[in-house]
Write a protein that binds this ligand. Structure first.
Ligand code: UD1
Length: 341
């Protein structure tokens, strides 16, 4: 296939380009770093006349620093995708793979012993403040603490794997823009009979990850700290869970998604390892592989953070034939030794 790859010069995009080329696809890269902006419909027309599909990775990433970022997320991610979809329709390109994110879910899934599957709202500032003051090693659940509670009875909850049909609850500008991209792709697919697949990436890490910025996630933050000889700072009690998925697995998911989908719809998939780990474990594994310094658990917290988000990889396995191949220890060892971009 001949594929237009937006964000081709970025962290994930560069790995997607390699995976596509390695399996015989022809890649036309489109990236702001090489002067090509997805918000420029005219610039898209030329390359779109040549291709069979678009893999759309270009985006403003991260969780945003404050509300001053709202226009930029809306512009690059929402407006940029709208321009791209209109240009695809104009040029008769009917296949899209879209980079989405697990942030569209907000909190992960939770079960209450009495009330079954529940949706806890954001944790209260008072609970988080109380949790942060508990002595290290205290059983945090007893304090109310960092764990979200049942919205109906206040009981402790058991975290569960989030599936693609879980309720969507975007809690920041980035999450809102990623969900909007999915909706726009669904509108486009329905109107034109085209095929869209949205890949909801969990916490991606691996070689060529950009050094930390105010927009980075913990893989970049911890790896950059280690390189600077600083201990990774683990917030809350370190027991919050995420799914860390290697960037080459993410690239392979994109490749598989190109062959999948349903005409007239945008189908979402979790792209995850299926092996959740705590943030504390991740910091520990990376620091050990790097050769120190050891992480410190600080008890700090951010009001907007969710506690656990772990994914069910079942639908991606069944429909795309995607199963992550790079395990946690192996991946973290490689990441510790690989250069950052
Ligand atoms: C991250 C990304 C999000 C992306 C998602 C899936 C950012 C900021 N977040 O969300 O955009 O969609 O992965 O790939 O890019 N923490 C520390 N120490 C720190 C910073 C954070 O312990 O120095 C903790 C946080 O409190 C949180 C966890 O680590 O509990 C993960 O934080 P982070 O990687 O920033 O965001 P995610 O919510 O996982």
């Amino acid at each position: 296939m001949r594929v237009l790859l937006t964000g081709a010069a970025g962290f994930i995009g560069s790995h997607v380009a390699e995976a596509l080329r390695a399996s015989g696809h022809e890649v036309i890269g489109f990236d702001l770093r090489t002067g090509a902006d997805v918000r420029d419909g005219t610039a898209l027309d030329g390359p779109l006349r040549e291709v069979d599909a678009v893999v759309h990775q270009a985006a403003k990433v991260g969780l945003g620093v404050d509300v001053a970022d709202l226009p930029e997320y809306a512009s690059v991610n929402m407006y940029g995708t709208a321009v791209l979809l209109a240009a695809m329709a104009r040029n008769g390109v009917g296949r899209l793979v879209l980079a989405s994110s697990m942030v569209v879910y907000g909190e992960g899934a939770y079960d209450c012993a009495e009330h079954g599957r529940v949706r806890p709202g954001p944790r209260s500032a008072a609970d988080l403040a109380r949790a942060a003051e508990l002595p290290a090693g205290a059983t945090l659940d007893e304090g109310g603490a960092f764990e979200p509670r049942c919205p109906r009875c206040g009981a402790a909850l058991a975290p569960a794997a989030v599936s693609e049909d879980a309720p969507l609850d975007p809690r920041n500008a980035y999450a809102t823009s990623k969900l909007a991209q999915e909706h726009l792709a669904a509108n486009w697919a329905r109107e034109t009979g085209a095929t869209a697949v949205a890949l909801r990436y969990h916490n991606v890490y691996g070689p060529r990850m950009p050094r930390d910025t105010p927009y980075s996630g913990i893989a970049a933050i911890f790896r950059s700290a280690l390189e600077a000889g600083r201990a990774p700072r683990v917030f809350e009690d370190g027991a919050q869970r995420r799914d860390f998925v290697h960037v080459r697995d993410v690239a392979r998911a994109n490749l598989l998604a190109l062959r999948s989908g349903t005409p007239g719809a945008c189908v979402p998939y979790n792209v995850a390892s299926g092996e959740p780990h705590t943030v504390g474990e991740m910091a520990g594994a990376l620091a050990a592989a790097y050769g120190g310094p050891e992480p410190v658990v600080t008890g700090e917290y951010r009001l907007g953070d969710v506690r656990h988000v772990v994914a069910s990889p079942a639908r991606a396995r069944e429909d795309l034939g995607f199963t992550a191949e790079i395990g946690f220890s192996e991946g973290m060892k490689e990441f510790a030794g690989a250069p950052l971009a």
